[in-house]
Design a protein around this ligand. Structure first.
Ligand code: NAP
Ligand code: MG
Length: 499
């Protein structure tokens, strides 16, 4: 399907959204940036501009933070009943679900991802976290505490919303990252300034429209499209922001920590990864081939948890390589809006150059291309699903996060779990890992030795709103999802009364 045909498939709802104004949401109103500036948004399948959005900078951040502060201090959100908060969050989930087809189109066009993934992963991943967190809104409690001091005491804890939160998100799952961020913050009673990634601002704007439609009080959620170096940096540094939550590169994560130091705002970080998939010789090979393939090729490898280092026992290594190559050859590459597409373009020219740069470096350092390794077509940012072998632990393709459909495969020979774990842990990251075996003893023993926030057994990239998610080492601070996410957005206050 050519691009014109793909765009012509947009529903009326998605087309009319695209034709809209795309402004900033501040204090319940859509406004232009104070500077009047706007920037273009591109279809990564063609490199063509599809819309222009307002470009917030520090001045707009200031307005949005003031609005969020007012909304918080006046108790428009934190002081309404937990049940009322829960109902509104649930209502937003219902609105997202009702508009899921339209928003999946917007997401596929803006990010490039296959529409079927947008519709069946990103959209449910967004409205279901809202529902899960809506449930927590009515269950955020303190404890009564028994103290040992002499006398008669009544001591207890209160769990209170942290206040105004700045949330900065990446482009790989634009709407879902927004939902993961706002859902627990809203449940806890915080007010929000959200900055989506410059590459993919559109679904966040649509989310803002639905937040308005749901009837959230003004200033509770403010949404600023803009650039990281200006709007993002101003948000991370703002003295009236009580907490900043960031998902993106480890490099920018470190800048966030520095920016947050000014007022020592609380910080949570979901950063990069270089996650191992470890295949034992007794694994169900069909399951392992399918699983390790989607571990790296899902979302064009643009997943922080992508299974980008593949360790397979020598006895099954060749079979796995053959299976992965066969699978890769069958993956249908195309425009995200084509319902047949399984692999879309990378998100941007910058990301395309980054990934092809790694491919060149890998080849130059002696990696063998088992399959893929090339650009697809000459327009847009398409890269073939790629498997590299003969890779060594010191190569940049093995050490650094590529964030593309490129896996480095390496055989192992022995059955010593400690040694296997040391190899898997030989990275500065610690986000996730997967273990492929029929021997559950091996699987659970190895799971304990892996230094990562998530370990999967005979699956990869599985998530659920109830499962805490985050990283060891340089993959981040804190855990999103589950009750742990509520903890990220609350402060604990101890109250002690001498009776
Ligand atoms: P990035 O720069 O870390 O972007 C993430 C978010 O941070 C975006 O909203 C970005 O804004 C913002 N940002 C950038 N500089 C900032 C600053 N100084 N202060 C505050 N916010 C700032 O990621 P990227 O450049 O898009 O991608 C680079 C690499 O990061 C990828 O190749 C991949 O390795 C990694 N990455 C990881 C994840 C993940 O989920 N862990 C997601 C995306 C990328 P703008 O986009 O507007 O500049
Ligand atoms: Mg950037």
């Amino acid at each position: 399907m050519d691009v014109a045909t793909a765009h012509a498939r947009l529903s009326n709802a998605a087309s009319s959204f695209l034709a809209g104004k795309h402004q900033l949401l501040i204090d319940g109103k859509w406004v232009e940036a104070k500077s009047g500036k706007r920037f273009d948004v591109f279809d990564p399948a063609t490199g063509q501009a599809i819309a222009a959005v307002a470009e917030a900078d520090a001045a707009d951040v200031n307005e949005a933070v003031k609005a969020a502060r007012r909304a918080f201090e006046e108790g428009r959100w934190s002081k309404i009943s937990p049940q009322a908060r829960s109902k509104l969050i649930w209502k937003l989930a219902d609105l997202l679900e009702a508009h899921a087809d339209e928003i999946a189109e917007i997401e596929a066009l803006d990010n490039g991802k296959p529409i079927r993934d947008a519709r069946h992963v990103d959209l449910p991943g967004s409205y279901e976290i809202l529902r899960y967190m809506a449930g927590w809104a009515t269950k955020i409690n303190g404890d009564t505490i028994t103290v040992s001091a002499p006398g008669d005491w009544h001591a207890y804890t209160l769990r209170e919303p942290i206040g105004v939160v700045g949330q900065i998100i990446p482009w790989n799952f634009p709407l879902m990252m927004a939902a993961w961020k706002i859902a627990p913050a809203l449940a806890a009673g915080c007010t929000i300034v959200l900055k989506p990634a410059e590459q993919t601002p559109l679904s966040a704007i649509r989310l803002g429209q639905l937040i308005q439609e749901a009837g959230f009080p003004d200033g509770v959620v403010n949404i600023l499209t803009g650039f990281g170096e200006t709007a993002g940096a101003a948000l991370a540094a703002h003295p009236e922001v009580d907490k900043v939550a960031f998902t993106g590169s480890t490099e920018v994560g470190k800048l966030i920590v520095q920016a947050a130091a000014g007022n020592l705002k609380k910080v949570s970080l979901e950063l990069g990864g270089k996650s191992p998939a470890i295949v034992f010789p007794d694994a169900d090979m069909d399951v392992a081939i399918r699983g390790t393939s989607s571990a790296i090729f899902f979302n064009m490898g643009q997943c922080c948890t992508a299974g980008s280092r593949l360790y397979a026992h020598r006895r099954v290594f060749d079979r796995l390589m053959q299976g992965l190559a066969e699978n890769a050859g069958k993956i249908k590459v195309g425009h995200g809006l084509d319902p047949e597409t399984q692999l879309g373009p990378l998100v941007s020219d910058e990301q395309f150059r980054r990934v092809t740069g790694y491919l060149a470096a890998g080849r130059q350092q002696g990696a063998r291309v088992v399959t893929g390794g090339e650009r697809v077509g000459d327009a847009g940012y398409f890269v073939q699903p790629t498997v590299l072998a003969n890779t060594r632990p010191d190569m940049s393709v093995v050490r650094e996060e590529i964030f593309g459909p490129v896996v480095c495969a390496m055989p192992f020979d022995d059955d010593d779990l400690d040694r296997i774990a040391r190899t898997a842990n030989d990275t500065g990251y610690g986000l996730a890992a997967s273990i492929w075996t029929r021997d559950l003893g091996i699987a659970h023993k190895l799971a304990r030795c892996i230094k990562a926030g998530t370990v999967w057994i005979n699956t990869h990239n599985f998530g659920d709103p109830a499962l805490p998610f985050g990283g060891f080492k340089q993959s981040g601070w804190g855990r999103e999802m589950g009750y742990e996410a509520i903890e990220l957005y609350t402060e604990v206050k101890a109250v002690a009364a001498a009776l």
